[in-house]
Structure formats: structure tokens, C-alpha cells
Ligand binder design. Sequence first.
Ligand code: A3P
Length: 321
Amino acid sequence: FAMAAAQSESNHSGVPEEGAEGLVAEARGAWVLYQGCWLRPPAAQSVMIVQEHFEARPDDTFLLTFPKCGTTWLKALAFTVTNRSCHAVTGDGHPLLSRHPQDLVPFLEAPYRQLHPLADLEKLASPRLLSTHMPLTLLPPCMSSLGCRIVYLCRNPKDVFVSLWQFISKVNADYTMDKAFELFSDGVCPYGPIWEHNLGFWKKSIAESDRVLFLKYDEMMAEPVKHVLMLAKFLCVPFTEEEVSRGVVEDVVHLCSFDKLRSVPVNSSGVTDRIGGVPMENSSYFRTGKVGDWENHLTEEMAKKLDAIVEEKLRGSGLMF
Ligand code: A3P
């Protein structure tokens, strides 16, 4: 996603760019409301291309996240778990030691440009592991009709806000804390509103628990081993008793941990333009990796306001943060 939002808001006067025109209901600052989801116009265009041209396969698995909920971590975990028969978790040549986790699982709606490399996804062997930030309502219908599986990872919205604001403000000085907070509270942020995003997959995970695994960042941080076991089972590559007794699950947790990944040179240095037009430091995907970091940034008033909004939006659903 990231850079979709990262490009200067001042470039956008609320007028949707070419391609999104006529298809958006509303515009606000850099954002347009496309089918109930706030996106920057290039991202909306990319989503439209995916909706129209992406061909799912029944054995595809999608890593689905709202931006800044731990996509990088989930990509690392899912990649490691599903590829452990060909890439030994403790091996010196493990791909996570030489490639950024973001680059190991293709992102469906990137890059945000007219010529979408969907053809590259066609070349991938099955079963494919893919990622997306699209809310349930925007997903191409073939994903549901073919029964594709989804791993959804969400996170406390206060931590998501802080992570998002820190990330975007690195490349967009206009995205001040106050402005970002006002927009976020109104649901305006990449792929927002966050509560709609969360609710869609929460309900789906209840209705179709065999197809949608719903995970929470804070719970995964608290009990990573339990969650890696759960993830492997859902991905149809359960750990054998022998692997468990050899400590392979703990090895996965260690390899994909924040401290380990952050220390790998390919993640701690360099700049990459993964989306097109907004180069970002590779290290910007590894900030603090802490639960509750919002306490160091939000005022009490802001925290209360966001809590109240989220509580009201999620009331009655059973989903809580
Ligand atoms: P913070 O900004 O709060 O530190 P995404 O990958 O969806 O962009 O999410 C980024 C958030 O996940 C950042 O949160 C980042 O530090 C955190 N993160 C990245 N790698 C992680 C890991 N291996 N374990 C836990 N959190 C991780």
C-alpha cells in the first residue's frame, strides 16, 4: 500500500485523477471514496484493474491486512511455514536472510500504475501465496466463488494509526499528527475506514471459519508459537510431531521475529520503490514492533476519541480490541 498514501497530499486537490473519475462517490484531500473504501486515485485505479482482470485459483491463499497491521510479519511467517520443506528454517541460505519479507509474497494491487503486472502472477506455480489490503467488499468475486482461503491479520486501531502516521509522514511532511488523526477518525486513510475493513473479515471468519482465519497482532505477539501452529494448520502444512519436538516452530518464530528481521542487512539498509514513484527505506517496515506504542504518541483525549469511535462501530459484533 504504503506508498499510495505516501505521495504528497499537496499534489491532490480533491479532484480524482484520470481513471478514477466518475467511479468515485466522494473525494477528500488526497483520497477518493471508491466502493465505500478510501484510496488514493492511483490505488483505486489499481484495485479496479485487479477487480477486472485478476484470475484467482481455488488453491490460492491470500494474506489480508489493513496497512500497518503486521503485513511484513505475516508474509515472513506464512512464507517460512509453507516453504520449510525446500528452505530449512535454520539454513544459512534462507530467503529471509537475503530478501525483504515484502518481496517474498506478491502484493495483488501493486504497483499503482496503469500497466499492472498481473501477468506475473499468472506465471507463479500453484498453490500461490498472495497478499492484498483490499476490504472484503472490493475483492474480486472469483476469490469467494472458488473458495480461496484468507488469513486476516488485524491490530489495535490506535497502534495502527501511530504506525501509519509515522510511516507516511516520513515521505509526506503535510501528513501531520493532527491532520492524520482527524482523517483517520473519519475513516479516511488508505483502505479505510479501518472498522469496516475489520468487520467485513470478522463476520466472514465466523460464517466461513474453514476459509477465513482471523488473527490479531497483539495475540500473536503474546503467543507466537500457538499462532504459528494455527497458521500452519490453516495453510494445510501442519507441523509434524517430530518437527514440534525438534523445536522447528520456535525456529520459525525466531527467524520471523521483529529483532531478527530488523537486523538483516537487506531490511536494515537501502531504499526500495516497491510501488512506483515513492522510494521508501527498507527499514521503515520495522519501526518498534511493540504492542501499545500508541501510549507514547497519542494524548489521552485522542485515545478516548478513537476508542469511542471504534467501540461504537464494532458494537454487537463481538470483535474487540
Ligand atoms: P510499528 O510501526 O508499530 O513498529 P505492515 O507490515 O503491515 O506495514 O506493518 C508494520 C508494522 O509491523 C510496524 O509496526 C512494524 O514495526 C511491525 N513489524 C514489522 N515486522 C514485524 C515482526 N517481524 N514482528 C512484529 N511486528 C513487526
